[in-house]
Design a protein around this ligand. Structure first.
Ligand SMILES: *[C@@H]1O[C@H](CO)[C@@H](O)[C@H](O)[C@H]1NC(C)=O
Ligand SMILES: *[C@@H]1O[C@H](CO)[C@@H](O)[C@H](O)[C@H]1NC(C)=O
Length: 131
């Protein structure tokens, strides 16, 4: 499994515009309250699942390599949801990341990843700190 996440082969960035596309509000009636989990997404029930942990590790590794922030380290997946997409799954994970040797800080990041388990096909869509 670890080799299937080798970054050099896998890094593909999709520009954040996909996520920035605004939702046009055409109706004048108030929007319904947002659902806890958007349609089409399934909440990850076990964030300790090996595959979920590996997706989290992949996201941190790719982000660290692509930004030169090599001290960032994966700690844990806090929560997540998945959505079938393009033959695989989109993963939206909140990940705890450490920022280096002691005294280290632990920071929550929001990662969007797409991939097909057991293959070399993985992409990091976005990786942003949760404010
Ligand atoms: C969650 O996954 C981990 C790792 O596979 C496993 O050890 C644990 O028992 C699972 N927990 C539940 C509640 O299924
Ligand atoms: C994570 O990012 C997605 C969009 O990329 C957004 O819908 C979601 O609300 C964010 N979650 C957190 C906890 O910031």
């Amino acid at each position: 499994m670890a080799t299937s996440l080798r970054p050099a082969v896998l890094v593909t960035f999709l520009i954040a515009t996909i996520f920035a596309i605004a939702h046009a509000q055409t109706s004048t009636s108030p929007p319904p309250p947002p659902p806890a989990v958007p349609a089409g997404w399934t909440t990850v029930t076990n964030t300790s699942d090996l595959a979920i942990q590996q997706v989290g590790q992949f996201a941190v590794r790719i982000y660290a390599l692509s930004t030169g922030k090599l001290r960032l380290g994966f700690v844990d997946v806090v929560s997540g949801r998945t959505q079938p997409f393009n033959g695989g799954f989109n993963y939206q994970l909140v990940i705890t990341v450490s920022d280096g040797p002691a005294p280290r800080n632990y920071l929550p990041y929001n990662a969007s990843v797409w991939g097909i388990l057991g293959t070399m096909s993985w992409k990091l869509w976005s990786f942003t700190i949760v404010v």
